[in-house]
Design a protein around this ligand. Structure first.
Ligand SMILES: [Ca+2]
Ligand SMILES: [Ca+2]
Length: 85
């Protein structure tokens, strides 16, 4: 019970910590060329420790690039890390 509560509070804290600004800044970091989408190459450069599967899972419309919306959703789902350590 306590463990569940702790996990819930941790998740809540993380959600609160990830304001719009934090997500936007993170997206800007991922989107190295600033075209509004994170390509596979940009993804691998910014997150070398994250598997390609994570990129494919995050790419909901399978167009080969991640929009800011897709990145935010993937971070919310835990597919992508919220930010670089
Ligand atoms: Ca880009
Ligand atoms: Ca996409």
């Amino acid at each position: 019970m306590n463990r569940t509560l702790t996990l819930t509070l941790t998740s809540l804290s993380m959600a609160l910590g990830l304001g719009v600004g934090a997500l936007a800044a993170d997206f800007d970091t991922l989107d190295a060329d600033g075209d509004g989408y994170v390509s596979m190459a940009e993804f691998q450069e910014a997150l070398p420790g994250v598997s390609v599967d994570a990129f494919l899972n995050a790419d909901k419309n399978a167009d080969g690039a991640l929009s800011e919306e897709e990145v935010s959703a993937a971070q919310a789902e835990g597919i992508l890390p919220p930010s670089e350590g």
